[in-house]
Design a protein around this ligand. Structure first.
Ligand code: GDP
Ligand code: IMO
Ligand code: MG
Length: 456
């Protein structure tokens, strides 16, 4: 047999075999729906998750930390979520923070309390936190800032991180000195001694780092007690959710494909896997339980922070997208860089994630443009390249090939079905769909829940 299986052969392989070792696919339990960013973040994942969460039983975060900023607008009220899954708004669903997430406890409680003041009730009772999740400490956040200063001094540029301590916390995890929720809730003497060792380790690398260890430990103990009722064995919780009664389970990706530590525009990336594999490793669920994978892409492109951005428009078009789109970071308040839709990166995200459908957001922002461009290929030395370059120097040098569309110059914000959209906008959407080779299931034309056209 050849190494590449056809879809038909693959299906056959999943049928029960005579040996009884292979189980049919429908034996694997509930299928999980995953929502992922297909660009550089801020595509509108929060809004898509909110839409699906209205009927979900469990909504999970599997990676990242409070570097994420997901906006949800319901009944004119705007919520921003950073660590809490956006599904927390739904009083009938459980929200889960999985083992792959890094948690800054002061940030988590601050976020919950802030949203409670906006009217979010009972969130602590609906939240479950994996005991295997790693903790982000205040000093990780300070170190994030120190590393940025160091990068600036040494290389003349930094990454433009959110300074939420994400890189340092995942570094502690990878170097096996990190501390997890289960450590905090276990023997506190043991936790304190490991915490002190970790502080010393960072102080030896950053001599200017001062940490009031006793004060930190006192606070961590208090946070730990507040967290205790929410903590479960995340793997077992997911196992039961997958294999018990029929349940709708949703995974809310944070950050995005081009910020993925393995596949993104390294080193200008975040420190976790924001692509589909992160849903398995960050929750402890088997790949066979992954069902639909929805990619979220803006009808144009934005990026916060430093790094290559081939379709960036440092001109009036970029400024218009920035102001009309209110492109300001939810977490850091920084202006987002803006440019034309880049289908090379969305196709690349699809190669990795295998999207079953796309949500195309913020179409309404393009309503006033005379003409709209879409990047469809990259050229190097005049020749098209079929892949997305790994090397940032190469990516900086690509020439983008564009397709140009006439603008529809019509307000689409009141459109609620396909037929309400101008034909020129329909053509734009169909082109994108054909070029990526993935159906577009939703088109966003405004901030709020109802401003989403469902195509099928
Ligand atoms: P996320 O990080 O992917 O969840 O996205 P953010 O919340 O950081 O940024 C998306 C922004 O676009 C938010 O302010 C949303 O309210 C807004 N938004 C989402 N979809 C649409 C849309 O279709 N039209 C408009 N005008 N705004 C949208
Ligand atoms: P959501 O989930 C946009 C970017 C930062 C920076 C780089 C590394 O809202 O889409 P980090 O603090 O993670 O070490 O920063 O990654 N970044 C995001 N940009 N949206 C996000 O999340 C992001 N999360 C990280 O701006 O360039
Ligand atoms: Mg965001």
């Amino acid at each position: 047999m050849s190494l590449s299986w056809s879809a038909k052969e693959h299906k056959t392989m999943n049928q029960p075999a005579v040996t009884g070792l292979k189980r049919p696919r429908n034996d694997v339990g509930n299928q999980v729906t995953v929502v992922l960013g297909a660009q550089w973040g801020d595509e509108g994942k929060g809004k898509v998750v909110d839409l699906l969460a209205t009927e979900a039983d469990v909504v999970c975060r599997c990676q990242g930390g409070n570097n994420a900023g997901h906006t949800v607008v319901v009944d004119g009220k705007e919520y921003d979520f950073h660590l809490l899954p956006s599904g927390i708004i739904n009083p009938r669903s459980i929200s889960l923070i999985g083992n792959g997430v890094v948690i800054h406890l002061p940030g988590l409680f601050e976020e919950g309390d802030k949203n409670e003041r906006k009217g979010l009730k009972g969130w602590e009772k609906r939240l479950i936190v994996s005991d295997r999740a790693h903790l982000v400490f205040d000093f990780h956040q300070v170190v994030d800032g120190l590393q940025e200063t160091e990068r600036q001094a040494q290389e003349g540029k930094n990454i433009g991180t959110t300074k939420k301590g994400i890189g340092p916390a995942y570094s502690s995890k990878a170097s096996r000195t990190g501390l997890r929720v289960c450590d905090l809730l276990g023997d506190f003497k043991d936790f304190s001694s490991k915490f002190k060792n970790l502080v010393r380790q960072y102080q030896s690398m950053y001599p200017t780092l001062t940490v009031d260890v006793e004060d930190q430990l006192k606070k961590l103990k208090e946070y730990g007690e507040r967290l205790r009722p929410m903590v479960r064995d995340g793997v077992y919780y997911m196992y039961e959710a997958l294999h018990g009664s029929s349940k709708k389970i949703l995974v809310e990706g944070a950050n995005a494909a081009l910020l993925d530590i393995d596949f993104g525009t390294y080193p200008f990336v975040t420190s976790s896997n924001c692509t589909v594999g992160g849903a398995c490793t960050g929750l402890g669920i088997p790949p066979l339980n992954i069902g639909d994978v929805f990619g979220v892409a803006k009808a144009y492109t934005t990026r916060v922070g430093i790094g290559a951005f081939p379709t960036e428009q440092l001109n009036a078009v970029g400024e218009l997208l920035q102001t009309r789109g209110h492109e300001v970071g939810v977490t850091t308040g920084r202006k987002r860089r803006c440019g034309w839709l880049d289908l090379v990166i969305v196709r690349y995200a699809h190669m990795i994630n295998g999207f079953t459908a796309i949500a195309l957001t913020k179409l309404d922002i393009l309503d006033v443009l005379d003409e709209i461009k879409v990047g469809i290929a990259y050229k190097l030395n005049g020749k098209r390249i079929p892949h997305f370059p790994a090397n940032m120097d190469v990516l900086h040098n690509v020439e983008v090939e564009y397709e140009t569309f006439p603008g529809w110059k019509t307000d689409t914000s009141a459109a609620r079905k396909w037929g309400d959209l101008p034909v020129k906008a329909q053509n734009y959407i169909r082109f994108i769909e054909n070029h990526i080779g993935v159906p577009i299931k939703w088109v966003g034309v405004g901030k709020s829940r109802e401003c989403m056209i469902q195509m099928f």
